[in-house]
Design a binder for this molecule. Structure first.
Ligand code: GLU
Length: 445
């Protein structure tokens, strides 16, 4: 008998059922999308859900069994695509919502993919690197028959990185007894990863800011920005905005945040975070760093700051009915997945806040994942400049399509983005026939 002992049990981080909450957006979008309601019915149900147990031998010889999920939401527009997250709060409703958002994200950007997501209930910081490798290989072992380069293609997400993607690709290749780089994206460059994938999500958010800059005629030096979350996405977007002269006055990580009215030197913060694993208010010249004046703030306080642009780049459900009335920023870009709950979104819209939704704003990651998949399948690799330029073209084009829709229909940008996505998915579903088509009875030429 296998010893079953779980570490890092699931803790519901929210009372909101994320999946039920978010699929309501479909009914709202249907009013404007001019497609058959059958499409919405299909999208309200994930295509397939796999739950697995992953036994892992720990360094001290004991055995722990971790719980993991892979949800494929919809594959009408192509193989399903989406990351794998490692987090103690992973739960099935969350993974279903995240898979649904991937379907919408791929449709918003016009990528030939459906949506999926995976997650393992684990606190990865509590594991040694060897335990993490065994867990990652073990998860792939359990889901190997569920994924594939033409079926379902995973990628990094919260607390998973290029190294982990490399282990996963290697494990899958061993099972298939051939190298299959296109089964997973976000890999290390020497293992078939794409240039530019590591910062692609942050860069996509940055391109959205650049479009807003043109629309709102912003002078970057006058724009005060707060970034919640200083992981892969938050770091990349803060770095790019800072380089353009934006004033990053607040940043935070899971332990809390720092605020300075003068704005931070982001390369120095990156240095401190990456060298010491701590976010410190410092200014560095080369490797010589000194502390700078700053206030310590909580993540909650960061969200409520009086800034021009707020970028939540951490986890879902950060702005909800609980704190929405305290939010002051006139523009919010959802760099994380689902940081604003649907009801809070509506309140923000009513008070005039412009909110660029996650399924558009953070689509840069999956877009460069698509480039990686194409490069893996053709065996021909593109230079970084080409990746940046192709990403900018897609982000700019789709940003304007959504923005135009918002203006035309007088709706908020979230509903506009869902309408845009639903139109593309609906057209794909309709082209296989709906009740309207089949009730004609006979083939008409
Ligand atoms: N996890 C990322 C997201 O939520 C990237 C997914 C991918 O590259 O497939 O968009």
């Amino acid at each position: 008998m296998r010893l079953v002992k779980k570490i890092s049990p699931a803790i519901e981080n929210t009372s909101i059922d994320l999946f039920e909450d978010t699929i309501q957006n479909l009914d709202l979008a249907l009013k404007y999308a001019n497609i058959d309601p059958e499409a919405v019915e299909i999208l309200k149900h994930p295509k397939a859900i796999l739950q697995v147990s992953i036994p892992v031998r720990m360094d001290d010889g004991s055995l722990h069994v971790f719980e993991g999920y892979r949800v494929q939401h919809n594959d009408t527009r192509g193989p399903t695509k989406g990351g794998i997250r490692y987090h103690p709060n992973v739960n099935l409703s969350e993974i279903k919502a995240l898979a649904f958002w991937m379907t919408c994200k791929c449709a918003v950007t016009g990528l030939p993919f459906g949506g999926a997501k995976g997650g393992v209930i684990v606190s990865p910081k509590d594991l040694s690197l060897l335990e993490l490798e065994r867990l990652s290989r073990g998860f792939i072992h359990e889901i190997a028959d569920f994924i594939g380069p033409e079926i379902d293609i995973p990628a990094p997400d919260v607390y998973t990185n290029a190294m982990i993607m490399g282990w996963m690709m290697d494990e899958y290749s061993k099972i298939r007894r051939q190298r299959v780089p296109a089964v997973i994206t976000g890999k290390p460059i020497p293992l078939g990863g794409s240039l530019g994938r590591d910062e692609a999500t942050g860069r996509g958010v940055y391109y959205c800011v650049k479009e807003l800059e043109k629309i709102r005629k912003w002078n970057p030096q006058k724009i005060r920005v707060a970034v919640q979350g200083f992981g892969n996405v938050g770091q990349a977007v803060a770095k790019l905005l800072h380089a353009d002269g934006y004033k990053i006055v607040a940043v935070s990580d899971s332990k809390g945040g720092i605020y300075s009215d003068k704005g931070f030197d982001i390369p120095s913060l990156l240095y401190s975070k990456n060298e010491t694993r701590q976010l410190k208010a410092i200014y560095c010249k080369g490797t010589v760093c000194e502390m700078v004046d700053a206030d310590f703030i909580s993540n909650e306080q960061l969200l409520e700051l009086d800034v021009d642009l707020l970028i939540p780049a951490a986890l879902e459900n950060q702005i909800t009915l609980r704190n929405v009335n305290q939010i002051q920023a006139p523009v919010i870009i959802e760099a994380a997945n689902g940081p604003i709950s649907s009801d809070a979104f509506e309140i923000l819209y009513k008070k005039g806040t412009l909110t660029v939704p996650d399924i558009l704003a953070n689509a840069g990651g999956v877009t460069v994942s698509y480039f990686e998949w194409v490069q893996n399948k053709t065996g021909y690799y593109w230079p970084l400049e080409e990746i940046h330029q192709k990403l900018q073209t897609i982000m700019g084009r789709e940003f304007h399509a959504v923005y135009r829709l918002k203006e035309e229909k007088q709706i908020d940008m979230r509903i506009a983005a869902y309408t845009h996505a639903l139109t593309r998915i609906g057209e794909a579903i309709e082209s296989q026939g709906t009740q309207k088509y089949f009730s004609r009875g006979m083939l008409q030429q």
